[in-house]
Each structure stands twice: as C-alpha cells, then as structure tokens.
Design a protein around this ligand. Structure first.
Ligand SMILES: O=c1ccn([C@@H]2O[C@H](COP(=O)(O)OP(=O)(O)O)[C@@H](O)[C@H]2O)c(=O)[nH]1
Ligand SMILES: O=C(O)[C@@H](COP(=O)(O)O)O[C@H]1O[C@H](CO)[C@@H](O)[C@H](O)[C@H]1O
Length: 216
C-alpha cells in the first residue's frame, strides 16, 4: 500500500517549506507532489530544494485543475490532498486523516480544523464540505476525474464537487477533527481588500460548482 500527498500551491513561498518539512517526518508517505499552479514566486524552487516532486503549470489554472494534474502523475493506492498554507501541521494530523482510509472504514476522509483559531475553526464547523484536507482510496478519485470533464472550470469548487459526488453515490465519508491545525487566511496572505476580493471569487467558484455539469 502506497500513500502519496498532493499539494496544490499558488504563490505559497512563505508557507510551502513548512508543510513539506512536516510531511518529511512521516515515513508512511511515499511521495509528496507539489503542483505549482503558475506561481510567480519561489514556491517551486523551495519545494524542489526540500525534495518534493514538483509539477509546474505554466499558467494559473485553479485548484481543481492543479489537483487533476497532480493526480495524473500519482500512483499511490491512497491519495492525500493538503493545502500548502497549513500552520501547525503534524504527523498525527496526517495519520488521523489516513487511518480510516487505510483501514477501509472510509473511502474519503475530510479533515476539520478544531481547537485552533476561532475564525478557521468556525468556518469549517459551518462549512465542513469546503475543507481541502482529505484522504481517498485511489479508485474514488479515478472515477471522479474520469467521469467529469469540466474539472478545469471548478477551481475552488473542487471540494464541494467531491463531497456531492460521494454523497450521491452513498460513499462512506468520515470527518476527522484536526486539533490545533489552521491555515493562513486570504486576508492575511494578500491584505484586507485583495483578500476579500479573492474570497468573493472563491465563493463564486463554489456557487458555480453546485450548478456545474459534475456527474452526480
Ligand atoms: O488558483 C489557485 C488557488 C489556490 N491554490 C492552492 O489551493 C490551496 C487552497 O487555496 P487558498 O489557501 O487560497 O484557500 P483558502 O484555504 O484560503 O480558502 C492552497 O494550497 C493554494 O495555494 C492553487 O493551487 N491554485
Ligand atoms: O474554510 C473556508 O471557508 C475557506 C476559506 O478559508 P479562509 O477564510 O481563507 O480561512 O477555505 C476552504 O475552502 C476552499 C474551497 O472549498 C478550499 O479549497 C480550502 O482548502 C479550504 O481551506
């Protein structure tokens, strides 16, 4: 059984090193694949220095397309999605996300921030289906990506689509609390106004994904 981690990353030079370093401590992980989604900063350079496998997309294509490209070059029996901007990531978080999938108690797990920062805990409490921290049995992603040809349009709608796809098929999903884990919020990364604009665009992607041609 092999485990591979996919990390989509867009302008994450301040964060990606920390996340890769945490993952390197875990011998259970066979490969870390960073999909540099057209970053204009040193994201790819840093990921390569830390011996992650890096796929560089020439242009920014959005999170959904980045994950699709990462999945195409993966081989793992179990695939983990993690964001590049996590803060306080430990081996225990990854193990907890993986265990139900390894034990075949779940086809997909969804990690939920808790006991971390109020703002990010609260966001995931009310919208757990948005979480980017997930583990999967490979066959589920194979079917999801093969059956849906509009992944490129989804961008931030990828998580909602995965959750809806699993739900409509009655696929077993387990939510896993990830204590003390948080991430860098858009307003912290980009500044208040650009962050709010980016957030509005993300919500637009999410709303569109509910009406997308995704096969349910
Ligand atoms: O066009 C994009 C936008 C985001 N991301 C990555 O997707 C993850 C989640 O994005 P972000 O942190 O912006 O979302 P948030 O968690 O703030 O909603 C991060 O690793 C981003 O670098 C990406 O690969 N391409
Ligand atoms: O939790 C949320 O409301 C959003 C926004 O997080 P922040 O407001 O930047 O902490 O973040 C999530 O949603 C995106 C869309 O599903 C995912 O791509 C991110 O991984 C996830 O953190």
């Amino acid at each position: 059984m092999t485990v591979e981690v996919l990390i989509p990353a867009y302008n994450e030079e301040k964060n990606i090193g920390r996340v890769i370093a945490s993952l390197k401590k875990l011998s259970l992980i066979d490969k870390i694949i960073v999909i540099d989604d057209g970053s204009r900063d040193k994201t790819a350079v840093i990921a390569r220095q830390l011996k992650a496998h890096v796929i560089s997309l020439r242009e920014n294509r959005g999170k959904g397309a980045a994950l699709l490209e990462g999945f195409k070059s993966s081989r793992g029996d179990i695939i983990v999605f993690l964001d590049a901007d996590l803060v306080n990531l430990t081996s225990r978080h990854v193990i907890n996300l993986l265990l139900p999938v390894i034990k075949e108690e779940a086809v997909m797990t969804v990690g939920i921030f808790n006991q971390g920062r109020f703002a990010t805990d609260f966001a995931q409490k009310i919208t757990p289906f948005l979480s980017g921290q997930r583990a999967f049995q490979r066959w589920f992603l194979e079917e999801f990506f093969a059956e849906n040809d509009d992944i490129e349009q989804l961008r931030y709608g990828i998580e909602v689509s995965l959750t809806l796809y699993a739900r409509k098929r009655g696929i077993k999903v387990i939510e896993v609390p990830l204590s003390h884990l948080t991430h860098v919020m858009k307003e912290e990364k980009l500044g208040l106004i650009p962050g709010m604009v980016a957030r509005a665009k993300m919500y637009r992607d999410i709303v569109f994904s509910f009406g997308s041609k995704i096969k349910l």
